[in-house]
Write a protein that binds this ligand. Structure first.
Ligand code: SF4
Length: 466
């Protein structure tokens, strides 16, 4: 069993050197490359091709619920804050129509083995709305009733009590992620998100009693008034609850891009040095507590499916971060959702009114996307391998993709000599291996293989490591 301490090597100097803006590679090509020449017929054609594969892939559904009761000031998500639950009614009507239209495209024998409700706040919906939505999905997609599936939901503990956990279990959910961010009352007040450890823990306990198999929590470092000591306290409180996974994100303060963040005073934010120290402490504490560093922001207990998938080579990076079940087609449902079917990425309309208007005319709300070409597929495979497996065997890769790896990526291998000299990777004749030191800087290695970044050189729209 390898813990964080064994698989990473925290080197503050190197992190500073490689702390450049860059994509998080939840897709390759990244969403920046999506364009509106990809339209509804393009999508329909790609789905048809996926149905005709020799062994069609099972399906993974992502459902976006964009509503929230209150505004968290750090938020950069696509959401609508409203105290009027009736605003969800026309949205759900449109979502139902989209479910019907999408389900008609896919052969019905393609099972839904993975389902994720994200937001916004999926638990903004009432019990009745959640029940009806699940019934609608079951009516139109092939959704197995037994334990063959991974159905997960993002939970805002402020919208929940233990009875609602029972409801989610009855609806078939067996995985959940809980938004926490920080338990310190001063930090919570500064970001307008007040929730107690007791309230959160009670939900986790009930979820375990109900047989939820993987419980994940989200934390953020770099929030206003956080200190190394205060964040350590939050970490200790969370670790004592023993979630199966933790996602620990770096807060990027971009008030010019995200209006909500204008409510955070820049002078209340911790310095880059303090954030670096928090990051270092996080690595150390989670390592000591038996968590494995999976890759960018994600930690998991050895018993969790993410670790098992990483060991078995089936881990993938997608729009939810790291995920299991790499061999699925992902159907994005709801405003702004992104799908990945066969060789294409597609994204829905980002504005709720546009999303609803299209569906009122019985049109799929697809706004943009792209069809990957051969070079994209190749580079996507390299980046996935670096981000998920930390190792790339050139001969295996050459054999699988019918190329000569060293010749095809001669420029990239040359560029990587700098990372090799800095000890981020081991670069041998026939393989590349990410070292414990490089594991905290995965995206700087992946960026070398990003052809679009080479051409544009523009990274300003992306976040930094710290
Ligand atoms: S952080 Fe989550 S709960 Fe808070 S406003 Fe954003 S989407 Fe809503």
């Amino acid at each position: 069993m390898k813990t964080v301490l064994e698989t990473t090597n925290f080197d503050a100097g190197l992190i500073r050197k490689y702390d450049k803006q860059g994509p998080r590679y939840t897709s390759y090509p990244t969403a920046v490359q999506f364009n509106d020449s990809f339209d509804i017929p393009s999508y329909e054609q790609q789905v048809q091709l996926s149905n005709e594969e020799l062994i069609p892939r099972p399906l993974s559904l992502y459902i976006h619920i964009p509503f929230c009761h209150e505004l968290c000031y750090y938020c950069g998500c696509n959401k609508k804050v409203t105290q009027h639950p009736e605003q969800a009614i026309p949205y759900l009507r449109a979502l139902y129509r989209e479910i019907e239209l999408q389900a008609q495209l896919f052969d019905h024998d393609r099972k839904v083995v993975q389902l994720h409700f994200g937001g916004g706040t999926p638990t903004y919906l009432t019990d009745l709305q959640l029940t009806e939505l699940m019934a609608h999905l079951r009516e139109h997609f092939n959704m197995p009733a037994c334990d063959e599936h991974e159905w997960s939901i993002e939970i805002d503990p402020r919208t929940m009590d233990e009875n609602r956990i029972d409801l989610l279990a009855d609806l078939g959910f067996n995985r959940m992620s809980l938004g926490i961010q920080d338990f310190n009352p001063i930090v919570q007040k500064a970001v307008n998100r007040i929730q107690s450890p007791e309230q959160t823990e009670a939900l986790m306990i009930r979820a375990r009693e109900q047989g939820f198999q993987s419980i994940s929590v989200d934390l953020i470092y770099g929030l206003p008034h956080q200190t190394v000591t205060s964040f350590n306290q939050t970490l200790d409180t969370v670790v004592a609850m023993r979630p199966d996974r933790l996602s620990i994100y770096n807060y990027a303060h971009l008030p010019e891009l995200f209006r909500a963040q204008r409510l955070i005073k820049a002078e209340d934010l911790p310095t880059a040095e303090t954030k670096l120290a928090m990051f270092g402490e996080t690595i150390e504490r989670l390592g000591a507590a038996g968590y494995r560093y999976i890759g960018m922001d994600h930690f998991a207990l050895e018993t969790d499916e993410l670790c098992i998938a990483q060991d078995e080579g089936t881990l993938q990076r997608n729009f939810q971060g790291y995920s299991t079940m790499a061999r699925c087609d992902l159907v994005g449902l709801g405003v702004s959702s992104i799908g990945q079917v066969g060789d294409c990425y597609s994204q829905n309309q980002k504005i709720i009114a546009d999303y609803q208007n299209g569906l009122e005319k019985n049109q799929l709300p697809i706004a943009r996307g792209l069809v990957m070409h051969d070079e994209d597929r190749l580079r996507r495979a390299v980046i996935q391998q670096v981000m998920c497996q930390d190792r790339l065997d050139f001969n295996d890769f050459s054999h699988k993709y019918h190329i000569h790896f060293r010749k095809h990526f001669a420029i990239e291998l040359d560029l990587l000599k700098v990372q090799a000299a800095d000890g981020l990777i081991k670069l041998a004749d026939d393989y590349l291996e990410v070292t414990p030191r490089g594991r905290l800087l995965l995206r700087s290695i992946a960026m070398v293989f990003d052809q679009y970044l080479h051409h544009s050189g523009n990274t300003t729209r992306f976040s930094k490591v710290i």
